[in-house]
Design a protein around this ligand. Structure first.
Ligand code: BJ8
Length: 425
């Protein structure tokens, strides 16, 4: 029998009617897109369960953690170091922003021509439909793109627990010093919130947990690089999305169990696609739950996604933190080095992103690259053009897609993707 979580949602102050509507759309879309796939690995059952309980059992765990005196920290960006959160025994969760909600209300606060991700984060707050947001003791925003920076100013008038982390835009010595100062400030904020002191042992433990999680994701990414493809891009995307919500130790074990199964599938030559299916690398803006529109179109157009150059994907999880230092300052430096390697489009210059896309395309044997940009996202839209030029000059076909979370352009996208897939055949 499934548990009725309504009393918990009411306690969190959710708008039950709007929340029910969100869950029903989410459940329907998950069934249509995910459960309808053929030849899925058995271990995807864990991720299906997590998704079915994403606002239920997982939220109950957060509520229980808070009852035990632990704190919950919700974050909008992969720049917020989970290692520091975990070092204070707090719970670190991503705040997804992958669906339109209460857009009429949102547009009273944000211009219409704001990216869907930012509007979504505002809509989830205004409509009170996100239990992660409502049970966060601290919500961490970051000064990345201009849209986010300014939206946090507005969001801070709607919540009293918003903390904004400043981030460099240039990877210079000064930029590095800024990031270090901000990580120290975040550590102090987390210590003040939790009442715990983060020492070397605690930070090493946090680093080890997050490194293990990232190693498991790297293992999954590597298993998608061969010609026998044991998992669809959609299923790999769900693992990348669950990365942000689940208990990290349990998540790591679940991804490793999935990888064990995928290794067996490869040995037995069980592939989810027929030989010769065009392989696509998707690159660009993050795809937060339940933003599955473009991947679903790609994988129902006769192609398969073999890698994601995205913060919900490789960009967010690659690179480990060196935990060899035995002093706090050295460990913070190691965190700064690890995070500063993230090649988000807010940085200038950001040529290493193009280099990485090329490497990833080669490693994953991609036949083409689809650059995915949310409408009105200037950083990724502006990078898309020189990236396209460079990739095409190197012989790699690309397609640039700009879209949002609405379903209105589905037909047009499908036509464009199908034409691109034909070209790759
Ligand atoms: S590190 S990608 S998670 S900032 S899509 S809100 S850039 S206008 S999301 Fe991101 Fe951190 Fe960078 Fe990653 Fe602005 Fe563009 Fe909207 Fe965006």
């Amino acid at each position: 029998m499934t548990t009725d979580h309504t009393p918990m949602w009411k306690d969190l102050g959710l708008n039950i009617e709007a929340h029910d509507a969100l869950l029903s759309v989410l459940g329907q879309a998950y069934g249509d897109i995910y459960l309808a796939q053929k030849k899925r690995p058995e271990n995807m059952g864990y991720f299906d369960f997590v998704m079915s309980e994403v606002h239920g059992q997982r939220i109950q765990e957060l509520v229980d953690a808070r009852a035990e005196g632990r704190k919950v920290i919700g974050c909008y960006c992969v720049f917020v170091p989970e290692e520091i959160t975990l070092a204070a025994e707090a719970v670190h969760v991503g705040l997804c922003s992958g669906a339109d909600f209460a857009m009429d209300e949102v547009e009273k606060y944000l211009p219409r021509n704001t990216c869907a991700l930012i509007k979504s984060s505002m809509g989830f707050k205004l409509a009170k439909v996100c239990p992660y947001l409502e049970c966060s003791d601290l919500v961490v925003g970051e000064n990345t793109c201009d849209g986010k920076k300014k939206a946090y100013e507005t969001l801070s008038t709607m919540m009293d627990n918003l903390y904004v982390m400043d981030l460099p835009q240039v990877k210079s010595a000064e930029g590095k010093a800024l990031l270090k100062a901000e990580f120290i400030r975040y550590k102090e904020a987390v210590e003040a919130l939790t009442g715990k002191t983060i020492d070397v042992a605690a930070l090493k433990k946090g680093i080890a947990i997050v490194n293990d999680k990232r190693k498991a994701m790297a293992r999954l990414a590597a298993l998608r690089q061969g010609t026998v493809l044991p998992i669809s891009g959609l299923d790999a995307l769900i693992a990348n999305q669950v990365f942000f919500y689940d208990d990290p130790v349990r998540f790591t074990a679940s991804v490793n169990a999935l990888c064990d199964e995928l290794e067996k599938r490869i040995a037995e030559k069980i592939s989810v696609i027929p030989e010769g299916t065009p392989r696509i690398l998707v690159s660009g803006c993050p795809m937060a739950v339940p933003n599955w529109k473009l991947p679903a179109i790609i994988e129902t157009s006769g192609a398969v996604i073999v890698a994601e150059e995205s913060c919900v994907g490789e960009r967010g999880c690659r690179n480990l933190t060196d935990d060899s230092s035995d002093d706090l300052d050295g460990l913070i430096d190691a965190l700064v080095d690890r995070y500063l390697a993230i090649d988000c489009a807010i940085f200038t210059p950001n040529t290493e992103r193009t280099d990485h896309i090329k490497e990833l395309a080669k490693a994953s044997k991609a036949d083409g690259v689809i650059q995915y940009t949310l409408n009105f996202c200037q950083p990724y839209a502006l990078e898309a053009m020189p990236i396209e030029k460079e990739l095409e000059e190197g012989g790699l076909p690309t397609l640039r897609i700009e879209t949002d979370y609405s379903q209105e352009d589905m037909g047009q996208l499908q036509t464009r993707v199908e034409a691109f897939v034909e070209l790759l055949k």
